[in-house]
Design a protein around this ligand. Sequence first.
Ligand code: G1P
Length: 280
Amino acid sequence: MFPVAGLGTRFLPATKAIPKELLPIVDRPLIQYAVDEAREAGIEQMIFVTGRGKTAIVEHFDTAFELETTMRERGKSLDILEPTRFPPGDIITVRQQVPLGLGHAIWCARAIVGDEPFAILLPDELMVGEPGCMKQMVAAYEEVGGNLISVLEVPREEVSSYGVIDPGEERGTLTEVRGLVEKPPINEAPSNKIVSGRYILQPEVMRTLEDQEKGAGGEIQLTDAMARMIGGQPFHAVTFAGRRFDCGSKTGFVEATLALALEREDMGEEVRAIAKRLLG
Ligand code: G1P
């Protein structure tokens, strides 16, 4: 599940008519990285929780008849479009009519989720690793089951922008989650391990969200609902082995663009030369 209903105000005016999830890192839209990560992990059905003005995201994963016909007629390869293709029925959308928070967005998809565990990926968080973050989590899930979130450590002064875990026992990359708090003041944060936008949750979270009261920022928070599930079901955090770019911020977005461009075989060298020149 990809919550993509956000207004993307931080990237205005770029996001006035274009969903922020379609802003490209080099030549792949942000949402494509998250969808590829989910597919790599063996996930087949993609649920988008959208809102007004987000239709282009669904178009991106549809057949583009005119484009494809024209490309074929011109003898061009369609391979580049392969990651945007899905079997009929595997792209599912539901609307969040009013932006009441991440928890509410997830709850909007309760009828689709039904009685199965499901994964959530926040496309703002670009996770680069081999294997990808969700694949690492699925491997951990096969071992411990229950509820799983990915975490990473940030400098203490940044914790107030995130969900933070109260860590228990550690075993390899797995940490037991004893508590969770959304956007705590620095001095009240139980650790500097933050929730980094990847979740594998049991369907019971939908029932917990049903009566979840508003939390940080006056929004219905997923973190608060998850916190209430601790104790009832196993709850672990996986420390992601890889790199993370916060593409919800402009500098994080630029960092991701530069980092991924530098690694590209088709342009890395050229970009490196340009960067050197710009830096003097
Ligand atoms: C959301 C979650 C938060 C998490 C963060 C990761 O916050 O509520 O727990 O740490 O994503 O990016 P948001 O960025 O929507 O404020």
